[in-house]
Design a protein around this ligand. Structure first.
Ligand code: ZN
Length: 317
């Protein structure tokens, strides 16, 4: 008896260093909710994730708080988007990167897949999460980064990533089907800022933003007047508000069109640069995209399931 339990104890002790489950979770801090979600999907119970930017937070304008700094200095890994999305935090991350593992996950995407930035000749449009096919590259980068940090859990990360990547494939197929069911003349997406360039390119939509790729520049009256004319001339009837940008300019568009006798309404609220509430379906990457696809296709005239691809969207959008 004694001998057997001693051997069992030895076997457990020998297995311990290899058993990833026996270790404390990796502490990961991510800037956007979308990156935090990718880490949760791939990392599973191997990670403890803190996302810095909650619902409605604009990453173009966000600056790190004191508690963010504390969390980042205590983390095993810090992941940010890069591509000049977190424009106010660039210097901070450059500095932090000298002391810790800091990875700009979106900068791993092949440049040939990126869109030019309207405002800066040497930069790219950072809104790549709008295309699940492009976001898959970021998920793969997250998998690589987690694997480097904890090689013994490589198989777990690979299996989780595979499951999540197949969810992204399903999202792409749903987007193609729902968005091409919209009549061709109506495939126009008018939003508060230019977050939907990749979305438009992927699904054949013309996109127009009142503000540019960053939210940091105010929209001029000229731009509003120009877009009102477009709405009236092309008889477009829906514009979209964004959860992380003020709806002031969208209201100005609707009023401007009304003054010219053309009725425009809000097609819905989209999650552009931030996800929905934590703990809800819309508070996940898949739910965020499902919401956007379903709301856009539905408002522009396609017949879409009320609760979206997975039957999980809150009803009544
Ligand atoms: Zn943006």
């Amino acid at each position: 008896m004694i001998r057997r339990s001693f051997l069992a104890a030895l076997a457990i002790a020998a297995a311990m260093p290899l058993a990833a489950w026996a270790q404390a979770p990796l502490k990961v801090v991510a800037t956007t909710g979308m990156i935090a979600d990718a880490v949760r999907q791939v990392g599973g119970d191997q990670v403890e994730v803190k996302g810095l930017m909650g619902p409605g937070v604009d990453p173009h304008a966000y600056r790190q708080t004191r508690s963010d700094i504390v969390a980042m200095t205590r983390a095993d890994l810090v992941l940010w988007h890069g591509l000049y999305l977190e424009a106010q935090m660039e210097d901070f991350f450059e500095d932090l990167g000298r002391k810790q593992t800091v990875v700009a996950v979106a900068e791993s995407v092949d440049n040939s897949k990126l869109r030019a930035h309207d405002d800066y000749a040497d930069k790219y449009d950072p809104h790549i999460w709008m295309s699940p096919a492009l976001w898959a590259d970021v998920v793969t980068k997250v998998q690589e980064t987690l694997t480097e940090a904890r090689p013994e859990a490589a198989e777990i990360f690979a299996a989780n990533a595979q499951v999540h990547l197949s969810e992204l494939d399903a999202l792409t197929a749903y987007a193609e089907q729902a968005l091409t069911a919209v009549p061709e003349d109506s495939r126009v997406l008018l939003t508060a800022h230019d977050a939907f360039g990749y979305f438009g390119a992927a699904y054949g939509y013309e996109v127009m933003g009142v503000q540019g790729i960053s939210t940091q520049s105010e929209a001029g009256l000229n731009r509003i007047g120009e877009l009102v004319d477009t709405l009236v001339d092309r008889q477009l009837t829906a514009v979209f508000v964004e959860s992380s940008v003020s709806d002031r300019s969208m209201r100005a568009l609707i009023e401007g069109a009304a003054a010219k006798g053309h009725k425009v309404s809000v097609g819905g609220e989209l999650y552009s640069d931030a996800m929905g509430e934590p703990g809800t379906y819309e508070g996940t990457y898949v739910g965020m995209l499902d919401h956007n696809i379903t709301v856009i296709a539905g408002a522009l005239g396609a017949d879409v399931p009320d609760q979206g691809l997975n039957g999980k969207l809150s009803a009544g959008f």
